[in-house]
Design a protein around this ligand. Structure first.
Ligand code: URQ
Ligand code: ZN
Ligand code: ZN
Length: 480
C-alpha cells in the first residue's frame, strides 16, 4: 500500500516544518517538499492541517477481568476507538492473579489482543513472587519483547504487591534492563479507610475519594521511589493524580534519580465534584483509582507536565457500563474501578494544553506520543516521523471542533467522562502502518490488523546504573 500525504505541516516532538510524507509498505519512505506521487498511490490532502506521529496511549485495560466482572471494551473496539481519535498504539497490561503463572497469563492476553485494529504492547504486572516469576520475567524480556513490569501497590486482597514483591521484582528488572512501573496508592490504608467509611454509613460513590486521599498516593509514590533508589533501578509512576505524588517525583528527579511520571487526560481536566453528583450512576461512572482530585491538584499536574516532571499522558481506559458499576450499589468499594478515554485523549489535551498555551504543539507530540516511545524503547519506530519509522500518522485539523458525547463516541461503554466537553483540534485522518484507518468520520478499523510491538530491554540506561552499583560496591571490613 502506498500513500502520499500532501500539503501538510509536520509537527514532531522536535520540530515543525512544511513537507509531504510518502508511506510505502507500512513504513515512512520519504519526507520532503512536493514529493512525486508513485503510480497508484493514494493521495491524502493535508493542506492547512498538521501531520503528527500517531498517539501512543501507554496505559489501557481492554477487556480486563477485574472486581468480579470484565471491562466492556475489548481489544478490537478499543483500538478502533483509539484510531478514531488519532491514537495508533496502546500499551496494555497483562495482570496475572496471585499464584497464576506469569507466562501463562501473558499468553492469554496475547490471544485476546489478536483482534486489535491497531498496534499494541504489554506491561506485565508482577502480583506475587517465587522462582517461577523470576524465570518468567527473564523469558518475557529476552524472548517476548516485554521491557516493563507493573506493580499495583493498591487493591489489597486482590493484585496488591507488598514491599517484598516490589523489592524482588525491581531487583530482577534491574538485572534484565526492564522498567518497573507502579500504581502508587497505599493499599492497606485504602482498605482500612474503606472499612471505616462503610462503618460510618458512607456507602455511596462519595466514599471513593474519601478512602483514597492524596496522602495515600504520596506515601506509596515515595516508598516506590525509595525502593528504586536503593536498588538502583529506574521507575515509571503511572496515573499520577495528586501533588503529593508529583512532589515525590520532583524530589527524586532533583536528586538525580531516573524517574518518569504519567498523567491521565481525565486527571488533568475533571475534578472531584463528580463524586457528589446526586445521580448515583453519574458519580459511580467516575469511580476510578486514583480518584479525580480537587482543582488544585489539576493545576499542579499541568505544571508538572509543563515543567518536565511528568512525561507521558494516558487514559487508563478501563470501561465498565452502568449495570457493572451497579455491583457497588450498596458499597462503593465494590464499584468496578475504571473509566474510558482512549478516543478523546488527544483532542482533550490539544484543547486544554495547546489551546490554552500550556503546551506547544511540539510538546503536545512529546507527551502524547514521542516520550512514551522513548521511555518504553520503541522510538523512532513509533513516536517519530522519520524515514524507516512505522507509518503511524495522524492528520490534525486544529480548527475543527466537536462536543464529546457518549451518543457519538466509538467506545464500547455507556458513559463518557468528558460528556459535553467542547474540544477544538480533531483527527481528520489516522494511518496505522500506512493504512487509512480513519477518514473524516469514517472509521475503517480492521479487526486483527494491529500488530504486537516488541519492546527491547534498554541496556544503555541500565549499564550506567550497573557501573554505578559496581563503583559503589561495599567491601567487608577485615577483623582479626
Ligand atoms: O488501577 C488500574 O489502573 C486499573 C485496575 C484500572 N482501574 C482504575 O481505576 N484505574
Ligand atoms: Zn492503576
Ligand atoms: Zn490502569
Amino acid at each position: 500500500m502506498t500513500s502520499l500525504i500532501r500539503g501538510g505541516t509536520i509537527v514532531t516532538a522536535e520540530q515543525t516544518f512544511r513537507a509531504d510524507v510518502l508511506c510505502v509498505g507500512g513504513k515512512i519512505a520519504a519526507i520532503g517538499p512536493d514529493l512525486e506521487a508513485p503510480a497508484g498511490a493514494e493521495i491524502i490532502d493535508a493542506g492547512g492541517q498538521y501531520v503528527m506521529p500517531g498517539g501512543i496511549d501507554p496505559h489501557t485495560h481492554m477487556q480486563l477481568p477485574f472486581m468480579g466482572t470484565v471491562a466492556s471494551e475489548d481489544f478490537y473496539t478499543g483500538t478502533a476507538a483509539a484510531l478514531a481519535g488519532g491514537t495508533t498504539s496502546i500499551i496494555d497490561f497483562v495482570i496475572p492473579d496471585p499464584q497464576q503463572s506469569i507466562m501463562e497469563a501473558y499468553k492469554t492476553w496475547r490471544g485476546w489482543a489478536e483482534k486489535s485494529a491497531a498496534d499494541y504492547g504489554f506491561h506485565v504486572a508482577i502480583t506475587w513472587w517465587d522462582d517461577s516469576v523470576h524465570k518468567d520475567m527473564g523469558d518475557l524480556v529476552r524472548h517476548e519483547g516485554v521491557n516493563s513490569f507493573k506493580h499495583f501497590m493498591a487493591y489489597k486482597g486482590a493484585i496488591m504487591a507488598d514491599d517484598e514483591v516490589l523489592y524482588n521484582s525491581f531487583s530482577r528488572s534491574l538485572e534484565l534492563g526492564a522498567m518497573p512501573t507502579v500504581h502508587a496508592e497505599n493499599g492497606e490504608l485504602v482498605f482500612q479507610l474503606q472499612k471505616k467509611l462503610l462503618e460510618e454509613g458512607i456507602t455511596g460513590p462519595e466514599g471513593h475519594p474519601l478512602s483514597r486521599p492524596p496522602a495515600a498516593e504520596g506515601e506509596a509514590a515515595n516508598r516506590a521511589l525509595r525502593l528504586a533508589e536503593v536498588i538502583g533501578v529506574p521507575l515509571y509512576i503511572v496515573h499520577v493524580s495528586a501533588s503529593d505524588a508529583l512532589d515525590e517525583i520532583k524530589r527524586a528527579r532533583a536528586a538525580g534519580q531516573r524517574v518518569y511520571g504519567e498523567v491521565l487526560a481525565g486527571h488533568l481536566t475533571i475534578d472531584d465534584s463528580v463524586y457528589r453528583n446526586p445521580d448515583w450512576d453519574v458519580a459511580a461512572a467516575h469511580v476510578m483509582s486514583p480518584p479525580f482530585r480537587s482543582p488544585e491538584h489539576q493545576a499542579a499536574l499541568w505544571k508538572g507536565l509543563q515543567g518536565g516532571a511528568l512525561h507521558t499522558t494516558a487514559t487508563d481506559h478501563c470501561c465498565f457500563c452502568a449495570d457493572q458499576k451497579a455491583m457497588g450499589k450498596d458499597n462503593f468499594a465494590q464499584i468496578p474501578n475504571g473509566t474510558a478515554g482512549v478516543e478523546d485523549r488527544m483532542s482533550v489535551l490539544w484543547t486544554h494544553g495547546v489551546g490554552t498555551g500550556r503546551l506547544t504543539m511540539n510538546e503536545f507530540v512529546a507527551v502524547t506520543s514521542a516520550n512514551a516511545a522513548k521511555i518504553f524503547n520503541i522510538y523512532p519506530q513509533k513516536g517519530s516521523i522519520s524515514v524507516g519509522a512505522d507509518a503511524d500518522l495522524v492528520i490534525w485539523d486544529p480548527e475543527a471542533s466537536k462536543t464529546i458525547s457518549v451518543k457519538t463516541h466509538h467506545q464500547n461503554v455507556d458513559y463518557n467522562i468528558f460528556e459535553g466537553m467542547e474540544v477544538t483540534g480533531l483527527a481528520t485522518h489516522t494511518l496505522s502502518r500506512g493504512a487509512l484507518a480513519y477518514k473524516d468520520g469514517d472509521l475503517r478499523a480492521i479487526k486483527g490488523a494491529g500488530q504486537y510491538v516488541k519492546r527491547p530491554a534498554y541496556p544503555a540506561a541500565f549499564e550506567a546504573l550497573a557501573r554505578k552499583a559496581a563503583h559503589n560496591k561495599p567491601t567487608p571490613v577485615k577483623r582479626d
